[in-house]
Design a protein around this ligand. Structure first.
Ligand code: ADP
Ligand code: MG
Length: 335
């Protein structure tokens, strides 16, 4: 008798869920991205107890029809990808079809949704991956997702969660990243019933930077832009006087998605060399657009880490654009 056996779907799903959903902020990230992919122009986010008790996201996007509602929560079910070629030209934030299945596996979900032109909405409730029947409901066009009691069925994971305040902090950071990347979307954020942000749509990220990081920092921003061999970089860097003790003020967005990549930190460090005291880190908000075949976003389930085909080229483009910006600005005279 051999010792190898294939794991039953319930175990497979739990493992997959663990990769996508680490804490309440992961739920907020996935649901917010879905709302934006659905073309929403307004999204309301609210959380209770840092998202541990409730994450609620209401959008005015395209909604789903009743026939899709069940499938949306199945693993590897997506409307955003059809074949393997699509993997290299994805324009949406999601495409793996894993998030809703993963979230529903480890919480109690209620989803209400309605498409434009439909007379009524439909609703589904799922608890620990077990779906109830699809019912009719009254709701405006769009989708309302409610995720309650995260990890209620995975006690070990629940004990790894931090205090309400710490979890709320992670949620806020996630909200900021998406709000900075999508200034064209009206976003609101409530935590424990209190409105923390109400951000009307704006054309650039500057106004949102001002809301999150303060007027003074926003006024010190320097516009950065450069294009080289189809690598397009643009955004803002802050004046050296606005530097921080941590690198938390460094934002890199790739195709409208926040990503973590060390080349930004390195390039910023090089570019600001001599302008900052030791141990201080520049603040920057930069967008990168590169041809889809130059990057693999399919490295990590949450897509926060990406793999560039030629990381060195990205780094040197970052650095030369930053240097060029500093040369042509009055940065030094403003020091
Ligand atoms: P992915 O985003 O990778 O496609 P998800 O599991 O996050 O996978 O979502 C599955 C599908 O459910 C999406 O492809 C989309 O068709 C649908 N969906 C999810 N959220 C929404 C929403 N807020 N509005 C409309 N459709 C949605
Ligand atoms: Mg998604």
């Amino acid at each position: 008798m051999g010792v190898i056996r294939q794991l039953p779907p319930s175990v497979v799903n739990q493992i997959a869920a663990g990769e996508v959903v680490e804490r309440p902020s992961s739920v907020v990230k996935e649901l917010l991205e879905n709302a934006i992919d659905a073309g929403a122009t307004r999204v309301d986010v609210s959380v209770e107890r840092g998202g541990k008790d409730l994450v609620r996201i209401a959008d005015n996007g395209c909604g789903m029809g009743p026939e899709d509602l069940h499938l949306a929560f199945q693993p590897h079910a997506t409307s955003k990808l059809a074949d393997v070629e699509d993997l290299y030209r994805v324009r949406t934030l999601g495409f793996r079809g894993e998030a809703l299945a993963a979230i529903a596996e480890v919480s109690r979900v209620r989803c209400q949704t309605r498409q434009a032109g439909a007379d009524e909405g439909s609703e589904i409730q799922i608890e620990a991956g077990i779906a109830g029947p699809i019912k009719r409901c009254g709701i405006p066009v769009g989708t309302i997702m409610e995720v309650r009691n995260l990890f209620f069925n995975v006690p070990v994971r629940r004990t790894f969660l931090k205090s309400d305040q710490t979890e709320a902090g992670h949620v806020t950071e996630t909200f900021w990243r998406i709000a900075l990347a999508h200034p064209e979307v009206h976003l609101t954020f409530r935590s424990g019933g209190k409105v923390l942000h109400d951000l009307p749509p704006v054309t650039g990220m500057r106004d949102r930077i001002a809301v999150f990081f303060g007027r003074e920092l926003a006024e010190s921003l320097l516009w950065v832009e450069g294009e080289l061999e189809r690598i397009h970089l643009w955004g803002y860097v802050a004046h050296p006087s606005q530097s921080r003790s941590s690198t938390k003020g460094q934002y890199l967005f790739l195709g409208g998605r926040y990503v973590r990549d060390r080349s930004l930190g390195h390039a910023l460090g090089e570019a600001y060399r001599g302008l900052l005291m030791v141990g201080r880190n520049p603040v920057a908000f930069l967008h990168l657009e590169i041809p889809p075949e130059e990057v693999d976003v399919n490295v990590h389930p949450t897509k926060i880490e990406v793999r560039f085909r030629d990381p060195q080229r990205i780094y040197s483009h970052l650095l030369s654009t930053l240097r060029q910006t500093f040369l042509t600005s009055d940065l030094h005279s403003r020091l």
